[in-house]
Design a protein around this ligand. Sequence first.
Ligand code: ADP
Ligand code: MG
Ligand code: ZN
Length: 484
Amino acid sequence: MKPGFEAVIGLEIHVQLLTQSKMFCGCRNVYGADPNTHTCPVCLGLPGALPVLNQEAVRMALKLGLALEARIQPKSVFYRKQYFYPDLPKGYQITQGPVAVVEDGHLSITGDPEVRGSAAGLSIRIERAHLEEDAGKSNHELSDKATYVDLNRAGVPLLEIVGGPDLRSANEAYGYLKALHRLVVFLGICDGNMEEGSFRCDANVSVRRTGDASFGTRVEVKNLNSFRNVKLAIEHETARHIALLEKGEAFTQETRGWDADLGETKPQRSKEAAMDYRFFPEPDLPALTITKEEIEAVRSIMPELPEQRRERLVGEYGLTDYEAGMLLQSRAFADFFEAVAKASNGKQAANWMLGEVSRTLNETGKTIETLGLDAGRLAELIQLVEAKTLNLNTAKEVVFPALLKGEGTPRQVVDQQGLAQVSDRGAIEALVREVIRTHPGQLAQLQAGNEKLKGFFVGQVMKAGKGKVNPQLVNEILEATFAQ
Ligand code: ADP
Ligand code: MG
Ligand code: ZN
């Protein structure tokens, strides 16, 4: 950030809820079905059709509210937000009015040391999270003569989460987005798929001079469909604001779209031309009332939250904060780690998960669920290494790939391929003698004081032992031999 300026950012996030059916009708809530195969009179807005609120969506909203330590409003009312668009067959969107089911929560993130002076923890306010329905989807690409409309998404339940203007850099916005994403996925209320649009983000950005009490004019940036684009767009937008402020140019509050190809934002519509949505309470739905009993019922089924789990992983398995954070990249990944750790050793399990397993996931583009690796087998592999039956290199280079190919248990692979580590002192001593005998030149150099050749001899002995000899013993025996 340029000295003398401060960015102010607030994110609005739309989360598609993982309910079985849509928000106000019984149509299935699925992504990727044939166009217009999941529609009915209610989500098509046919005359006389009546909406019925999906209670599962309400429970999901309560889950988020509890996780954000927010106030759950005992009574909130649905409104009609009216506008015309081809993918909105009813002519209005049902959303919540001035009172949202979830209000005044907060989410903890790490501060950006570049703008805060330290990486201390911050509490970012969540102004509200309200329930609403999604619109359908317009496809402009299928034809250059027409726009096609798919109404499968019309009426899909959304939770709009409005964050306070508390973020001060693109990095902080990124951290907040990651934390919220992880939270909704851990809660099991959203699949978090940004490419498919189940987790969408709009960024409100303004810049003011350091020390100013009031905020600068804000711009709302849309069309941010990845974590990376959110960060890039905010960086671009703050720089643009600073340049305008330095030139003394006035600018108006407006909505802009991020163009990922050009790496810049472009005007979409300005607030002066903003539509009058003619908000009014939805006459076909009763107010949403939440009782204490309903809140307690949800509280009793709350899963362990990412932050709580991070602390537990650190304490229970002796991990660093960083390792625990990396293991929490998804609930399934953390579950897998814990299954391995419980059956072997926490620290080694973490090393494998963040080493070989992560590397394989990156290379294959798979997830821990689709990798086809069995936690029990990875634990057995770790135990074979711990018991010195197998050396670590052979475990990584031969046995682990064999496990991925489904070639049996680690023990079977070791037995079939004769990989068991040689820890027989006599056998290793014989190898050492042979290697020394065949490398007199290197031995002379070593004896003349070239210590680097120790590594050479270790390598030669390992090679002579076909990688199966116990490396600690090799070191020990070589040291003893050279010391003579
Ligand atoms: P609207 O309904 O027009 O989108 P809101 O008051 O609900 O307006 O604000 C929406 C978002 O804008 C919130 O996430 C809030 O944190 C953010 N916001 C409000 N003022 C500013 C500002 N000056 N700079 C950056 N973000 C802001
Ligand atoms: Mg808005
Ligand atoms: Zn329907």
